[in-house]
Design a protein. Structure first.
Length: 537
């Protein structure tokens, strides 16, 4: 696209939008790719834990101006790839830390985690931007085209090959109470679409033929829409009063954060000490009777579903008349005549104080390379194995399930990164009253990874309109109410307990909980139809 400013570009201030846009559009070769990489990295600063939302306007406006100078699908592809690569390299560097837990086995895979994985995921953005180039045209339409392309890239990244919807752009609003409420209506995918639309609108400041008020109108219009979203969010917050922490009519939960370093978590020498730490924290006095004690993912180093004596020992942590909800490994030995049919599951087990098992949930959405090795016959030849403990791949459970345990409202268990999949956190045929996320983020130390994981869990509470309780080995353990308020937490790297009332679920089902991704896909379709008719008119 060739810019046609009313005034000569050379006569404008160096920071004038027309001059900036002209200079960015004129970039070629490594300069364009380098700036695209930098803008993608900058966009990551708009997401948790940084939360510098305004930088998204700089990043996506710059991307529009770069694409204005692209004249072939191939250049559009590489510009989109460079932007996505920069975005993902900065946002996912913490994955490499998991390889250093057993550095003697996995350190050689660091280049894969730091460069290859982000490079492959960036292909989603490259293909989406190349498709956007096919329909690119001057004016505000190109902003909508970019937003649709970005949504397509993120949505496909979140679904293809088991999906990895980490750092979706809509999470930029997670820590802001009012705007995050829009997640109850359109989910994080809808927030992503709206965020990129809003962030890229300043690109129209450089459009030819726009002067004075007309130059500002699209951007101001976007800010007006954001103001309305915030106003609606404040209204929703006002309709859901903050829970009374001193109330005695709600189940009292105890979240136990053992803070066990991943380097010793499965050490035979440390096993007893780990168990004693959880036991002592669980048995500390409480202000009133506990309904449940909650341990994080794979908290107990003992098998409890097949060994009653272990179950009885672990159940000493269950409160009198209550239940212990713990993450644990489950196994099934081979049957007679089938000695190789050994299976293992990453599970949540509900134990009564007697040691009786009241309920079990097996993790359904397993982490590739973490809990199972894809293409094992081929990759194992190169010395590649899964990161999690044990030589056998974990088996997957049946999917979202609601557990009904006496003394507690019905809940949906989510183990580790199951909580990052927006439309797969609850059984809609048996709606839960709260979500329970057990996780072990010790793999990623004190990096940005645990904070990103936390932000995604918070958005699930808003989308579903129910509280979310999170027990994390090294943190951050937290309780969010149905609008995402932080009612209490234990910090990253802290050892301790959190005694807190379970908040009530918001009355009614949110639009996103009822319709899921169909809402944002419908919105995207309407925008696409409008753009098509606009072009033909």
């Amino acid at each position: 696209m060739t810019l046609s400013p009313v005034h000569p570009v050379h006569a404008l201030s160096p920071m004038h939008p027309v001059r900036l846009a002209s200079r960015l559009a004129a970039l070629r070769g490594w300069r364009r790719l380098g700036l695209a990489f930098g803008l993608g990295a900058l966009a990551m600063l708009g997401l948790p834990p940084f939360g510098l939302v305004p930088v998204l306007a700089l990043a996506f406006t710059g991307l529009v101006w770069l694409l204005d100078g692209v004249d072939t699908p191939r250049r559009a592809f590489w510009t989109g790839w460079a932007f996505g690569f920069g975005h993902l390299v900065v946002g996912l560097y913490w994955i490499a830390l998991a390889l250093l837990v057993e550095a003697d086995r996995f350190a050689w895979l660091l280049p894969f985690a730091v460069i290859v994985l982000p490079g492959l995921l960036a292909l989603f953005y490259a293909l989406a931007i190349m498709a956007a180039h096919r329909f690119w045209r001057p004016g505000g339409a190109r902003v909508a085209i970019l937003a649709l392309a970005w949504l397509a890239a993120e949505w496909l990244r979140g679904h293809v090959l088991t999906g990895f919807p980490w750092n979706v752009t809509g999470y930029a609003w997670t820590d802001l109470a009012a705007p995050r409420q829009a997640g109850a209506l359109v989910g994080v995918w809808g927030l992503s679409l709206g965020t990129v639309l809003l962030a890229a609108l300043p690109a129209t400041l450089a459009d030819a033929g726009r002067q004075g008020w007309h130059r500002l109108r699209p951007t101001l219009g976007g800010l007006a829409v954001l103001a309305l979203v915030c106003l609606g969010g404040w209204v929703r917050l006002g309709l859901v009063p903050a829970p009374d922490p001193a109330a005695t009519d709600r189940p009292l939960l105890r979240i136990v954060q053992g803070n066990i370093d991943q380097h010793i978590k499965w050490s035979a020498e440390a096993r007893r000490d780990i168990f004693e730490r959880y036991l002592n924290l669980s048995q500390a006095p409480s202000a009133r009777p506990l309904a449940a004690v909650i341990w994080p993912e794979t908290a107990t180093p003992y098998l409890i579903d097949t060994l009653p004596e272990n179950a009885a020992a672990v159940a000493r942590s269950a409160p009198h008349g209550g239940v212990l909800l713990t993450g644990a490994m489950r196994v099934r030995e081979g049957q007679v005549g089938q000695p190789d049919e050994f299976q293992a599951w990453n599970s949540l087990v509900a134990l009564a104080e007697t040691g009786a098992i009241l309920g079990i949930y097996d993790k359904a959405h397993l982490v590739p390379f973490g809990e199972y090795l894809p293409l094992r016959p081929m990759l194992s030849r190169f010395g590649i194995d899964k990161l999690a403990q044990g030589a056998v791949d974990f088996s997957a459970g049946p999917g979202p399930r609601t557990l009904h345990i006496a003394g507690l409202p019905a809940f949906s268990p989510l183990i580790c990164y199951e909580v990052i999949f927006p439309a797969a956190v609850a059984d809609q045929a048996d709606r839960p009253e709260w979500l329970l996320n057990l996780t072990n983020d010790a793999w990623f130390g004190k990096s940005i990874g645990p904070y990103q994981h936390l932000a995604m869990a918070r958005m699930r509470a808003v989308e579903q309109g129910v509280p979310l309780v999170r027990a994390a080995n090294t943190g951050i353990s937290v309780v969010f109410d149905s609008v995402g308020r932080d009612l209490g937490h234990l910090n990253l790297g802290e050892t301790g307990i959190l005694d807190i009332n379970l908040p009530e679920a918001r009355s009614g089902i949110t639009p996103y909980a009822r319709l899921g991704d169909w809402i944002v896909l419908g919105i995207a379709a309407v925008i696409g139809i409008f753009l098509g008719r606009l072009k033909s008119s």
